[in-house]
Structure formats: C-alpha cells, structure tokens
Design a protein around this ligand. Structure first.
Ligand SMILES: Cc1cc2nc3c(=O)[nH]c(=O)nc-3n(C[C@H](O)[C@H](O)[C@H](O)COP(=O)(O)OP(=O)(O)OC[C@H]3O[C@@H](n4cnc5c(N)ncnc54)[C@H](O)[C@@H]3O)c2cc1C
Length: 418
C-alpha cells in the first residue's frame, strides 16, 4: 500500500535544480508550507555543470533569421558547436522546424524583449536569496568577454549588438591591444572583443544550488528525495505519486523538473514542445592560466569560465535520444580547441560532464499556471540561460501563488502559447 510521505503540504516544487531551488526559496520567504521534491540530489541535472555565466544583457534568441545558413557548416565540422545524432534526427525534426519558425524576422524582437525582461533583473532577483543563504560570495559581477578572431566576425554580428543596445544594454568594443591587456592568457589571434561590464558568473553553480536548498531547509522547508511519477489533481487537492509508491498531497504544485518536465505532464494531457539540448564541459582543476572573467569564443560557441575549482570549458549542443549515453568526445574537443586559443592551458586531470538543457523552440521558458488546472504552475524550459533566469522565475512564481501581479508581464512565457 502507498504510504503518505507528508500530510497536506501546501506547495510542492518538483525538481531541485536552480529553477526549483529559487522557486522554493521565494515561496518559503512568503511564509508558505513548501516541500521541495528531488529525484536525486540538489543540482543533479543541468544546474551543476554549466558555464555559470550570468548574462543580464543576453536577449538574442537562439533561432535568428539567417541562422540556417550556418547549420550545414556547424554539422559538418567535427569541432563544430552543433550535433544531431543520426539515430535521433527524425524525432528531433518537428521541434527543429518550430525552432526555425521562431527565428523569423517578425518574431525575434518580441522574443528579445521577453528574454530581456527575464534576464535583466538577475542580480536584484538573486540578492535576497544570496543574502539570506550566505551565498553572496558565489556570484561575481566581473564582466564577460565575447572574443572574435576577425573583425569581420564582429561586423557581421553588429545587428545583434545593436538589438542589445536598443534595449539599453551596455557594452564596449575592445581592439586587439585593449583585449590583450585585459586577458593576457588569450592567444594574439583575436582581433577584437566585446566587453559586457554588467555580466558576471557563478563561481560554483552546484554550490549555489546546495546553499539555497540548505537555507530553504534551515528556514523550515521540507526536502523530500523521491521521483514524481504522476500528478493527479482532484476536487480538493493534488496528489503527487512517487515511483516508489509514496504519495504527497498538495494544494499547489510547481513543476520545475528541467528537461524531465515533459514526461511528468504527459499524463495530464498537457503537451509542451520541450526538447533536450545536451551540453558538455571539461573542468580543469589546474589549468595553468588565469582569466579575469568568463570568455565566450564566438566562432566555437563555448565559454571558458574561471571557477572556484579551476577553469571550466562549457558549451556545445547535441540532440540525442533522452537515454543515449554521453559522447564525451564532445567535451574533450573543447579542450583541444581551447588549447589553441589559450596557449599555456593544461588539460591534465580534466573532468568531463554532460548536462541536459531544457529547451523550447522559441528560446523562452514556460512560466505560469496551466489554464485548465491553475493549481499546477509550470516553470521549466530555461534553455541556455537558466542560471540567469532562475531567480526571476522564482520571484514571479511566488507572486503568482500569492495572487499578486507579477513584476514582469508573463504573457510571453504562458504555457499555452504553442
Ligand atoms: C553545458 C551547459 C552550459 C550552460 N551554461 C550556462 C550559463 O553559462 N549560464 C546560464 O545561465 N545557463 C547555462 N546553462 C543552462 C542552465 O544550466 C540550465 O538552464 C539550468 O540549469 C536549468 O535548470 P533547471 O532547474 O530547470 O533544470 P535542472 O538543473 O536539470 O534540474 C532539474 C531537477 O529536477 C529533478 N527531477 C527530474 N525529474 C524529476 C522527477 N520526476 N521528480 C523529482 N525530481 C525530478 C532532476 O533530478 C534535477 O535535479 C548551461 C547548460 C549547459 C548544459
């Protein structure tokens, strides 16, 4: 017989990645009774191994007009940033078509506005959580660099920089000398860069999630280890069935299970086009070089981030079936490319990692109540920017639950937009 793990907690948050941790923390601050349900450990998914970049000025959607022209080049380059495993190509196709459609010229301004609304308050939204949990030392507003080997690369991306400028985002263009004065570890091949002074990074993404969850528990929140298997709403409450037979009863549920959210909702007849974009990292505990801030390599599309435990090279996009084994050659290739651009970089003892980015075709997450069942709130699909967008997501989810008008307009992220 199933046993009841907890009697009537009012709100259950499913998933203790950065999004679930921020939702639980904000809901707890409101004085609710909150249970955070996690299948493994806090930050077991994408939230531990990412590049840690905090990008308040990131507002360019992943799909843009003209991007299709770059795809064949990326797919045929063994060091390229994009891979679609042949065995998964057919399955990925409907999602990829929606992705391309989202990149139409008449859609990207609205998407950029919505990304800007979600990303720009990142520091304000983290601030109360960091202060309460003592995690302030894990976030640095260091600035970030996007580096270009050729000036023509920067020139061809100027329209995207202009889109940022139109939204009030600050940046400065550095010439070769200014760039090398700022980052002596970089090879002299780079002709120019863009410096975004308001950007920053999390020095240890996993530690940040763990700190937030630890503080949540210390302030009376309940943490339950278990895998949600089914969500069953009825007239008086919502029952969450766990795969080991336990049940949890709730008045509200927040689904923040990252890339796994879709399967959890399928039993409810809620269909959201969530796809997984796998990413890889190579973590170097003794890299032999120093970087003053995260560096994004514009051609190869990966980050080198100076983290608490060394240097992390992170990026690449791989479409593969959900349970396919990782291909750690993707991670090792990052090391080989980085050695070209960061002479002196040492790869000894490198650790590889793979994580699943939860992605929707229009580059925006879903945040909001399910129209047919408003007791279920969705908060997933944060794609390539979840470390940046999570605290604002937590903030607006708490506002929704409290019945207040969220401080940003949630229309672009509504679950029924597809
Ligand atoms: C290589 C790479 C680099 C990245 N770099 C950046 C970056 O520089 N900056 C940035 O802002 N973002 C970055 N991201 C994106 C960011 O990591 C993600 O958007 C973010 O971590 C998603 O958080 P999440 O909480 O939604 O999902 P996750 O962190 O995946 O958490 C979901 C959690 O739900 C749990 N779970 C799943 N199913 C169930 C269930 N049925 N019951 C209970 N629990 C369940 C999982 O165990 C997991 O702990 C990067 C991602 C990758 C892969």
């Amino acid at each position: 017989m199933p046993t009841t793990a907890n009697t009537a907690p009012r709100i259950v948050v499913v998933g203790a990645g950065i999004v679930g941790a921020c939702c639980a923390a904000y809901l707890k601050r409101e004085g609710h009774t909150v249970t955070l349900l996690e299948a493994e450990t806090p930050a077991a998914g994408a939230s531990s191994g990412n590049a840690g970049a905090l990008s308040p000025g990131s507002c360019i959607p992943l799909a843009t007009p003209g991007m299709l022209w770059d795809v064949p080049k990326w797919l045929t380059d063994p060091d390229g940033p994009l891979v679609v495993r042949p065995s998964y190509a057919l399955q990925a196709m409907p999602w990829l078509m929606r992705f391309v459609a989202a990149g139409r010229a008449d859609r990207i301004d609205a998407i950029a506005d919505a990304l800007h609304a979600l990303h720009s308050p990142v520091y304000d939204s983290y601030q109360p959580l960091l202060q309460a949990s003592g995690a302030g030392n894990l976030i640095r507003q260091s600035g970030q660099l996007v580096v270009y080997r050729q000036r023509s690369g920067l020139e061809s991306s100027m329209k995207w920089w202009q889109m940022r400028k139109d939204r009030g985002i600050e940046f400065e263009i550095l010439d070769q000398k200014a760039l090398h004065d700022m980052t002596p570890a970089l090879a002299p091949d780079f002709e120019c860069a863009v410096h975004q002074p308001q950007h920053g990074y999390v020095v240890d993404p996993q530690a940040l999630v763990v700190k937030l969850v630890d503080h949540f528990r210390a302030s009376g929140g309940e943490f339950v280890t278990g895998t949600a298997h089914q969500i069953v709403p009825n007239g008086t409450e919502i029952t969450i069935r766990l795969d080991d037979g336990r049940t949890i009863a709730a008045d509200r549920i927040v689904v923040a299970a990252g890339a796994w959210s879709k399967s959890l909702l399928s039993g409810l007849g809620i269909s959201v086009p969530l796809e997984t974009q796998r990413g890889y990292h190579l973590h170097l505990s003794q890299p032999g070089i120093d970087l003053p801030m995260p560096v994004s390599f514009s051609d190869s599309k990966f980050y080198a981030t100076p983290m608490a435990g060394g240097l992390r090279l992170a990026g690449t996009v791989e479409f593969a079936s959900p349970n396919a084994p990782p291909n750690f050659n993707r991670a090792r290739r990052l090391g080989a490319i980085a050695q070209k651009w960061l002479p002196g970089l040492k790869l000894d003892g490198a650790r590889e990692w793979m994580g699943r980015r939860p992605c929707l075709p229009d580059s925006l997450p879903v945040i909001g109540a399910v129209p047919a069942e408003p007791r279920i709130i969705l908060a997933f699909g944060h794609g390539h920017n979840g470390m940046t967008s999570a605290p604002t997501t937590g903030r607006v989810v708490a506002e929704l639950v409290a019945g207040r008008t969220p401080f940003i307009d949630l229309t672009p992220y509504r679950p029924d937009r597809f």
